[in-house]
Design a protein around this ligand. Structure first.
Ligand code: GLN
Ligand code: ZN
Length: 767
């Protein structure tokens, strides 16, 4: 190591924006769930949580992070924390205005016997979900200063001079509901004094840097939004002089940068990974203001790959032309909340692949290494070489550069991208072939994944059951499901998806190009974590993935059984994706593999095939100007997967719950013969948008909500059907629940579907 004095003066500062909450072995999740289940009391819960929080601080301290975030830790969600901190409790909860205890906090997150939970929605373009604050007549006040408590905790317990992370007022309000968007400035004025109080208390405590997160800026700001930002930050600067604020953006370019330069803050945090190169280009054009620090987000906080550190050093060099090194802070592109904790536990992966991974802890080490490399230490040089070698070896893996896959992708240009007949003509031959009744009834694919089904899969995975035994079990389940559906009188059946845990993992395991981590968990919402499969190499079809189960199911009945696949865009969006190819290129590889599967199903006599795309909407870029390009390639990949079937083969797709108003053209361009959408929770709105935009293909707008165990009455469903038939042609309408039934029990499924079939019969009579 270099001499201490030299190190202190020259070293570029390294910062983190947020550390994963879930713990190395998901201790956080387990603690929460134990508390909810009443297995531990509040005291034990708090002790456990404090221990986890401290562990995270120490890990970052040991990694040499100069600016360690505090208040990024939460018991559920940081947006909920912010609402609670300002006393924003919706009136449906019994709340007298005193302290907000854990009961109320978790009731807002999860609902309780008296009141439903607050709405939950996606955090920008990530798979993290936050709790939507409901701002009404409440008078904002500071119920507690959580960032201050977190700062004190880090200082007293670990001697850390923490950097409190606070959700910016602008973004907080943008993410809230309960007021007209035109009133945002008025609402902001109500919150501002409390906000200022919070920051003043931090200042008085001796806090030097505060990170104020304003990611809403990157979705685009107009004149009035800019002036709102101006007034917020001017007020803060005037009321809390001497506090260093770094205004943090992420997930996209911050534009217009020249306007942000004028805000009276000491630092700006920018994302140089997910900005399409715009942030650097803006700095090269505008220069960098002398009075500001730059928080340079250079290590990808959204992906799991080791960085190309040489490229990162080049980026730093380009930045340093405009920003002096003593004003530069190296940091991840966003909070590390979106990546798993550490690669350490990945003992099952082959060495070359494991060495190419970097989760949160490894990313922090990369940042430290970059800072050391700028100092020019010998250790840094050696570590850089090692990193370079790891990456070179990974890049050279033959499965990442397959000629056959590359040729197929190149050949895409020559593939016909239309069905053989336009929809109107296909419809006629399909009606002829399928002879379905008016308003056909069907389901979305999965039937209850009971304990028995999950245990059988576990036994098979552990080798307790051999393949034959497991296949036999799945066949029994399928046979029962077919009988069940026939008895109920459904028109189009499904095999039930008993062989699948998860709609992406199932395909990942059967395609070339995927790997699976042992411990690569990330928080999705609350205590719920997901372990996305990893696309690390070229995706290719190996052999049929779903034909066996579909053919068996079809052999049991004379009614049509839909083949059931997950679409290319959903497979892409629910995976961690290699970062050396464009997402479009990877989607095309997946689409080509699925094209084989669709063909294999058709060849095996399965001529009604559903290709689910619930995740199309969530892949939509944050900036409106990028939507079209994304939708174009997303739609195209769906078509590559499906458009080569015979005219009589009926392609279905299911798109789950989304806002579709601005996407109906794209949905139509997918050219599926039938789509189903999860709409029972916002039935009216969606129907109106389909009416306005004249959608002419088959459509099933879910007639009941499968997210609740409640069995809806026949009348409720008839009302939904009638509503839809006021704007949609009965020839066009399908009757189905709004999503798959895997989370439900058999009895409630039976009762609900029986009512649905009755409702369909009534609707047919009236039609
Ligand atoms: N076919 C899937 C199922 O029924 C669809 C799931 C989804 O929309 N997320 O479970
Ligand atoms: Zn769904």
């Amino acid at each position: 190591m270099e001499k201490g004095s030299c190190k202190v003066t020259n070293k570029v500062k390294v910062s983190n924006l947020g550390y994963p909450r879930i713990g190395k072995n998901r201790e956080w999740k387990k603690t929460l769930e134990a508390f909810w289940a009443g297995k531990i009391n509040e005291e034990a819960f708090r002790t456990e949580m404090t221990g986890i929080q401290l562990q995270h601080l120490k890990t970052q301290q040991e990694a040499g992070i100069d600016l360690i975030p505090v208040n990024d830790f939460t018991f559920y969600d940081h947006v909920l924390d912010t609402a609670v901190m300002f006393g924003i409790v919706p009136p449906r909860y019994a709340y007298d205005g005193g302290d907000i205890g854990l009961d109320l906090y978790f009731a807002m997150a999860r609902g309780n016997a008296e009141a439903t939970a607050c709405e939950m929605t996606k955090w920008f373009n990530t798979n993290y979900h936050y709790i939507v604050p409901e701002i009404g007549a409440q008078t904002p006040r500071l119920t507690e200063n959580k960032p201050l408590a977190a700062y004190r905790f880090a200082k007293s317990q670990a001697g850390i001079e923490g950097k409190p992370v606070v959700l910016g007022l602008y973004t907080f309000l943008k993410l809230s509901k309960g007021f007209a968007s035109a009133d945002i400035a008025k609402i902001a004025a109500r919150f501002l004094p409390v906000y200022v109080q919070l920051l003043q208390e931090l200042k008085q405590e001796g806090v030097s840097w505060v990170q104020i997160d304003e990611p809403a800026i990157v979705t685009g700001i107009n004149e009035s939004e800019l002036s709102l930002l101006n007034s917020i930050y001017t007020e803060i600067a005037e009321s809390v002089p001497g506090l260093n604020i770094i205004l943090q953006t992420y997930f996209e370019a911050a534009e217009p940068l020249e306007a942000l330069f004028k805000l009276p803050v000491q630092g700006l945090g920018l994302d140089f990974v997910h900005d399409g190169g715009t942030n650097l280009a803006s700095i090269e054009r505008l220069g960098w203001p002398e009075d500001k620090w730059l928080g340079a987000g250079i290590i990808d906080g959204r992906n799991i790959w080791r960085s190309d550190l040489d490229a990162k050093l080049q980026l730093i060099e380009k930045l340093s032309v405009h920003v002096p090194l003593d004003r530069l802070i190296l940091q991840p592109s966003c909070s590390l909340l979106h990546v798993p904790v550490t690669v350490q536990g990945e003992v099952k992966l082959k060495a070359t692949v494991k060495a190419a991974l970097a989760f949160a802890d490894e990313k922090l080490r990369e940042l430290g290494l970059l800072a050391a490399a700028l100092e020019g230490t010998a250790e840094a040089a050696a570590a850089l070489t090692a990193s370079r070698e790891a990456l070179t070896a990974f890049r050279a893996l033959p499965e990442r550069g397959r000629k056959d896959v590359a040729e197929q992708v190149l050949g895409l240009a020559d593939l016909p991208d239309q069905r053989s007949l336009p929809f109107a003509e296909r419809l006629k031959v399909q009606q002829e072939k399928w002879q379905l009744p008016l308003l056909p009834t069907t389901t979305i694919g999965s039937f209850p994944q009971t304990v028995e089904v999950r245990q059988a899969r576990l036994k098979w995975r552990k080798g307790v059951w051999n393949q034959e035994r497991y296949d036999g079990f799945v066949r029994e389940q399928i046979a029962d499901a077919i009988t069940f559906q026939e008895k109920l009188g459904l028109d189009v059946l499904v095999h039930g998806e008993f062989e699948r845990t998860d709609m992406v993992e199932f395909f990942g395991e059967k395609l070339d190009g995927y790997l699976f981590t042992s411990n690569g968990w990330v928080q999705s919402y609350g205590s719920r974590c997901v372990k996305p499969p990893v696309i690390y190499a070229d995706i290719a079809f190996i052999q049929p993935m779903t034909v066996k189960e579909s053919v068996y199911a079809q052999s049991l009945t004379s009614l049509p059984v839909k083949g059931m696949l997950t679409g290319p865009v959903t497979i892409l969006n629910w995976s961690f994706v290699r970062d050396d190819l464009s997402r479009e290129a990877v989607a095309n590889q997946i689409a080509l593999a699925l094209r084989h599967e669709v063909k294999a199903l058709e060849d095996a006599g399965i001529e009604m095939i559903q290709v689910d795309e619930p995740a199309i909407r969530e892949g939509l870029p944050l900036k409106a100007e990028d939507h079209e390009a994304y939708l174009n390639w997303a739609v195209k990949s769906f078509r590559i997967a499906t458009n080569h079937v015979k005219a009589t083969t009926q392609i279905h797709t299911h798109m789950c719950y989304s806002e579709f108003n601005d996407m109906i053209d794209s949905i139509s361009a997918m050219d599926a013969d039938v789509i189903s959408i999860e709409t029972s929770r916002s039935h009216g709105e969606l129907i109106v948008s389909f009416e306005e935009q004249e959608y002419d293909k088959g459509i099933g707008l879910g007639v009941y909500d499968i997210h609740s165990p409640r069995v809806p009455a026949v009348e409720e469903m008839t009302a939904n059907i009638d509503r839809a038939l006021r704007v949609l042609d009965p020839e066009q309408f399908w009757i189905n629940p709004d999503c798959g039934l895997k989370t439900r029990g058999w009895q409630e499924t039976e009762d609900a579907l029986r009512n649905m079939v009755k409702a369909a019969a009534i609707a047919r009579e009236n039609a």
